[in-house]
Design a binder for this molecule. Structure first.
Ligand code: URA
Length: 234
């Protein structure tokens, strides 16, 4: 049992004094009955403030996975394929992936149960940069590189300005670094398709300044406080 004002404060309703004021004002109910000052409650009690149910703050998790190829970015797959969740274990929270990588794309994928952060990172308005390294068939000409940077039409809509850097090239392949801030379906592959090139390999290496680093394929790690703050403020 715990005092009601402490329970409310721990749930983020306000300071204990503010919670006392709410109780005094008759705005707090325990199991449907108006609560009184000094009352104690148990976890099993149904507590409401202005008729809105209050529960303990859930612990928020922020995780980075190096997604391997050959798994779908979904919590559950109706076709029974391997999903990215198969790589995350022992976490007692309903985590979900932030955004999506294709079945055959590897690299940096975030997971969280923080809905606000997930929305921020995926909302197109926020123009969060995502950086990919890819290998494409053939030689990417300078004119094609510039075309991709300026924007190409995919699915009837022009892509926003992108950064495309050629990392190395031989007669058969080009390795590029591509930074985009939209998150359209198969965007990188479709961009290269417009200049007649096939993406043979695709890895996301960064979201903003948050980099995959040396994390091994199929492994995950918790973000540190600095990284979480960075994502919340970017
Ligand atoms: N662009 C793609 O084409 N595929 C991905 O998985 C991510 C970006």
């Amino acid at each position: 049992m715990v005092r009601l004002n402490k329970y409310l404060a721990d749930c983020g309703v306000g300071s204990r004094r503010e919670c006392d004021s709410l109780i005094e004002a008759g705005q707090v109910k325990v199991n449907g009955k108006v609560a009184s000052l000094g009352q104690t409650v148990a976890d099993t009690d149904r507590i409401t403030v202005r008729d809105k149910r209050i529960g303990p703050k859930q612990k928020l998790y922020y995780i980075m996975l190096n997604k391997p190829k050959g798994c779908v970015t979904t919590v559950k797959d109706d076709l029974g394929r391997k999903t990215v969740m198969d790589f995350i274990s022992n976490i007692k929270a309903r985590l979900y992936p932030v955004g999506r990588l294709d079945y055959d794309t590897e690299g940096l994928l975030l997971f969280t149960n923080d809905g606000d952060l997930s929305n921020r990172l995926t909302h197109p308005r926020n123009e969060i940069n995502k950086t990919y390294v890819c290998r494409i068939s053939g030689i990417l000409l300078e004119s094609e590189r510039v075309t991709l940077e300026k924007g190409v039409v995919i699915d009837g809509v022009k892509t926003a300005h992108a950064k495309v850097k050629i990392l190395e090239q031989d007669q058969h392949h080009t390795r590029c670094e591509v930074t985009i801030h939209e998150g359209r379906n198969h965007q990188v592959k479709k961009m290269f398709e417009t200049v007649g090139k096939e993406v043979e390999f695709l890895r996301r290496v960064a979201i903003g300044d948050l980099r995959l680093g040396g994390l091994k394929r199929g492994e995950y790690r918790f973000l540190n406080d600095f990284e979480v703050d960075y994502l919340k403020n970017m």
